[in-house]
Design a protein around this ligand. Structure first.
Ligand SMILES: NC(=O)C1=CN([C@@H]2O[C@H](COP(=O)(O)OP(=O)(O)OC[C@H]3O[C@@H](n4cnc5c(N)ncnc54)[C@H](O)[C@@H]3O)[C@@H](O)[C@H]2O)C=CC1
Ligand SMILES: O=C(O)C(=O)COP(=O)(O)O
Length: 587
């Protein structure tokens, strides 16, 4: 067995950069453990220059998080979007670099929907132009006669969270609701009194008001142009609180100018802020346009929500936990989150324990191994085990790589494992664990990899079948979770029960009187206090051979100690009067 020296030098507090206005409610919770730098007004070049210092970046819609920014963010582990739309973040680049992107998918929904209703009413009643007129000391009552929305048809493109919230509010205003969304939930639509159409065309024809609530993606860019606008009623009004560019601004301006539609309420633009003379600013200047500077999410309540949401996620990610709303990773359902979270910790510990206890050198190539990872009990029914897989890869590599160079997470774990030559076969066993007193367990078993020369055992020839069986029996770890605490129940051929945490000394010895005293005495002399100790006997189910061969008094002594155990102290424990093998692991 080998000991792996882990550098415990205190690390600096992680740093988070916030280049936009984000509500202080969330930032306060970051300040306890992170260095929070609010630096508004950074140019794209300045952002690239400074981002290398930061572990996390929190943005809204103004900051363009390009591939260049992400590549310059050598320490960056998370980009958090304090809002919904992530079209300002290069998700592909983030995924390749293993940077988790999270957003706040719920926090500003109501604000965006209410803002849509505000623009709906403002376009119906000429609120913008009338305000301007009266501020210019005019009194133009007949010029600003509006229309009522009650009984009118509101067509909704994109019946997701914002679209449905708008639908419910508009239903309360007495509007007829129709929608187009190929992926909408028909029962939610029906419950909100929305008639879903299978194609988009009918919406343009029937709409008195048309509102867009899709994300900005390739299929929605320029979704509404001249052909679509020309199908609309000349009395129709169009709203966009989703993203600039979903409606072609030039086409919209032309439609307003030639009277093919009556008005528009626009919150979002292709370039923000619009530049003098561009299509967005020409649109804003049109008298039949009510415009706001991307204010959909700008309420005190929404900003508080999104700030708390993403700041909590940043804290989770930086402390190695699962994010709630990762955009470039599989979505973990809340109920799965509760089940998986303690196992994520367990798997990381098991991986780290494996590397430190079983591998013989601190060379990553040694890990070129095939593992069988078996989930038993309630874990076998989880929809996704991806976070567990990622936690295992992270744990396996953590003791032998620098965290800064290998930023392993649920986004890139598979790629990293492949690059390192680690193969992990996941399987599920639905056998009941009722007898065991816990609901789920995980077993990690190293299989002899034909690619690996078994250097740790000094073998040069291909191993025989019996060596292979032995190695399989040797390199196995089983863990379970009880009361949210991870436990190791089997380590190699030994059955045990210990919490894998802190510095641990794992000694193999023959269970003879006095051994514990020797180890305790030598550690005490080196100033190392033993916090707890357990003796793990050979698991007779797992290794009947050893029992038959009269080795049943072989046992592992597992000690939790209060400080690092130096290599000379570890060596001093070995020998005839001491123990046979000793490894130090830091978990
Ligand atoms: N102005 C602002 O401040 C805010 C703007 N937003 C924007 O609103 C968008 C929608 O937000 P949510 O409702 O939370 O998103 P969501 O994901 O819940 O809903 C989007 C809906 O669009 C549908 N969709 C996608 N492609 C479509 C297509 N080609 N045609 C028709 N429907 C399509 C989807 O099926 C989904 O149901 C966000 O992506 C964001 O860009 C969100 C919050 C604030
Ligand atoms: O959440 C969204 O998608 C928004 O558009 C809100 O943008 P903002 O955070 O106000 O810059």
């Amino acid at each position: 067995m080998a000991s792996v020296v882990v550098d415990h030098a205190a690390t600096a507090r992680p740093k988070v950069l916030i280049p936009e206005k984000v509500s202080p409610d969330g930032l306060r919770i970051l300040e306890a453990s992170l260095d929070v730098h609010e630096r508004k007004g950074l140019t794209p070049e300045e952002l690239i220059q400074v981002i290398g210092d930061y572990d996390a970046l929190i943005v809204r819609s103004e900051t363009k998080v390009t591939a260049e920014v992400l590549e310059a963010g050598k320490k960056l582990r998370v980009v958090a979007r304090a809002g919904v739309g992530v079209d300002n973040v290069d998700l592909n680049a983030a995924t390749k670099l293993g940077i988790i992107v999270v957003n706040s998918p719920q926090g500003n929904i109501n604000a965006a929907a209410e803002h849509t209703i505000a623009l709906l009413m403002a376009t119906a009643r000429n609120i913008g132009a009338a305000t301007l007129s009266i501020k210019n000391s005019k009194w133009e009552r007949s010029k600003f006669v509006g229309v009522e929305v009650k009984g009118k048809t509101l067509a909704i493109i994109g019946l997701g969270k914002v679209g449905l919230t708008v639908a419910r509010a508009a239903s309360g205003l007495g509007m007829e609701l129709i929608a187009y969304d190929p992926y909408a939930n028909p029962s939610l639509a029906a419950a909100a009194n929305v008639e879903l159409f299978p194609t988009i065309d009918e919406l343009f024809i029937q709409a008195d008001f048309l509102t867009i609530h899709t994300p900005m993606i390739a299929s929605t860019k320029g979704l509404i142009g001249t052909p679509e606008l020309s199908k609309m009623k000349p009395t129709a009004r169009i709203l966009n609180v989703a993203r600039g560019g979903i409606i072609d601004e030039t086409a919209l301006l032309a439609a307003l100018e030639n009277g093919s539609i009556a008005g528009a309420g626009i919150d979002v633009f292709t370039s923000e802020p619009p530049q003098a003379g561009d299509s967005a600013s020409k649109l804003i200047a049109h008298p039949n346009v009510v415009a706001t500077p991307h204010l959909g999410a700008s309420t005190i309540e929404a900003q508080e929500n999104v700030s708390l949401d993403v700041c909590n996620q940043v804290l989770s990610i930086l402390s190695g936990q699962l994010p709630r709303s990762a955009v470039n990773a599989p979505i973990i359902l809340p109920e799965e989150y509760r089940t998986l979270q303690p196992f994520v910790i367990l798997l990381e510990k098991m991986g780290s324990l494996f590397t430190q206890h079983f591998s013989s050198s601190n060379n990553a190539q040694q890990l070129r191994t095939t593992f069988d990872l078996t989930y038993e009990g309630s874990l076998a029914t989880c929809n996704t085990t991806k976070p567990l897989f990622a936690a295992l890869v992270k744990g396996l590599l953590q003791p032998i790589t620098s965290a800064e160079t290998t930023n392993i997470n649920i986004v890139n774990a598979e790629i990293v494992a492949k690059e390192r030559g680690i193969l992990i076969n996941e399987s599920r066993s639905r056998e009941s664990l009722d007898q065991e007193g816990y609901a789920a367990s995980v077993t990690l078993r190293a299989r002899l990899d034909p690619r690996s020369p078994s250097a740790s055992r000094g073998l040069t020839a291909a191993p025989t079948k019996s060596e292979r069986v032995k190695r399989v029996a040797d390199q196995i770890i089983t863990g379970f979770v009880s009361n949210n605490t991870p436990y190791i129940s089997r380590l190699g051929r030994y059955s045990t029960s210990f919490i894998p945490t802190g510095t641990m000394l794992i000694c193999k010895n023959y269970d003879e009187p006095g051994k514990i005293g020797v180890v305790g005495g030598r550690l005490g002399k080196a100033g190392v206090n033993i916090r707890s100790m357990s003796v793990a006997p050979i698991d007779s189910h797992a290794d009947g051979d050893a029992v038959q061969n009269g080795k049943e008094n072989e046992a592992l002594m597992i000690l939790s100690v209060d400080r690092a155990v130096d290599e000379d102290v570890r060596k001093s424990l070995l020998g005839d009067d001491g123990v046979v093998e000793a490894s130090v692991v830091v978990l």
